[in-house]
Design a protein around this ligand. Structure first.
Ligand SMILES: [Zn+2]
Length: 262
């Protein structure tokens, strides 16, 4: 479901619609349905969304999100329900026009955020480590962009691998949101980890992880347990069939070998 404000121009509707349908088409039915709200004022955006979800108490949460760094460059964010909110023509939207590549950067951000919507719709909550959350969103962005002729996947991968070459951070250092490492670390190392998992266990195993996480968390949330201790590790084991610690060991070996996929 896509809902637009009347004053969103046709070309921008088409742009948002394309990004949403590309991500959906790439991952297929298991990704669930896409819900996007695109409006030109924050008031209209939050009004439309809260009317549908009947959650006015969350209004201040999303206002804060949009004003914080959590909302990727200030014009996209995802809700706990997995809907994507796009603040069209906002400062962040206009800024991304001024970046090198203009609409290209916005398309990167849009497809990246689209995968966060899928994560949240399937996995509920945000209890997952930054390397999985950001890494799989970056991986999805690159696959989706490449599938639609907007990116050379191998060139993107090579640039990320060279970025990682100067990092000493380990994947296991990126489990907490308060990680001590370069800000790009969960995106770059996480991208390579997601690609490695997808190539070893199949593309859909990434979605299986998020679905397993949702299935583990739902009964806990229903009984008011939001601590989610051990949930993502359990989901990881279900989706990929090995403990996280073993994966970290394998990944660092793969890294030492120069990220050569077999
Ligand atoms: Zn992100």
């Amino acid at each position: 479901m896509l809902r637009f404000g009347d004053d969103v121009q046709a070309s921008d509707r088409e742009f948002i619609q394309s990004a949403a349908s590309w991500t959906q088409r790439y991952w297929g039915q298991p990704a669930g349905s896409v819900t996007v709200y695109a409006y030109t004022t924050l008031d209209a955006l939050l009004y439309a969304f809260t009317q549908d979800c009947a959650c006015p108490s969350q209004l201040s949460t999303y206002l804060t999100l949009f004003r914080s760094e959590l909302a990727f460059p200030g014009h996209f964010t995802t809700t706990a329900q997995g809907a994507m909110l796009v603040w069209v023509y906002s400062e962040g939207w206009r800024q991304s026009d001024r970046m090198t590549g203009g609409a290209y950067d916005r398309l990167r951000h849009l497809t990246h955020t689209q995968f966060h919507s899928i994560q949240r719709a399937l996995g509920i909550g945000r209890t997952d480590p930054p390397w999985i959350a950001e890494g799989s969103a970056e991986y999805s962005m690159a696959r989706v962009m490449a599938a639609n002729g907007r990116m050379n996947f191998q060139a993107e991968r090579a640039s990320i691998a060279s970025e990682v070459a100067s990092m000493t951070t380990k994947l296991s250092d990126l489990e907490e949101r308060t990680f001590q490492a370069p800000v790009r670390a969960p995106y770059a190392l996480g991208f390579l980890a997601a690609e490695y998992l997808a190539s070893k266990y199949g593309e859909q195993s990434i979605l299986t992880y998020w679905r397993s996480l949702g299935a583990i968390l739902k009964p806990r949330y229903d009984r008011g347990d939001y601590a989610a201790v051990g949930a993502w590790q359990e989901a990881f084991g279900q989706a990929f069939g090995l403990p996280v610690a073993e994966f970290y060991r394998q990944f660092e070996m793969y890294r030492a070998g120069g990220f050569v996929l077999r």
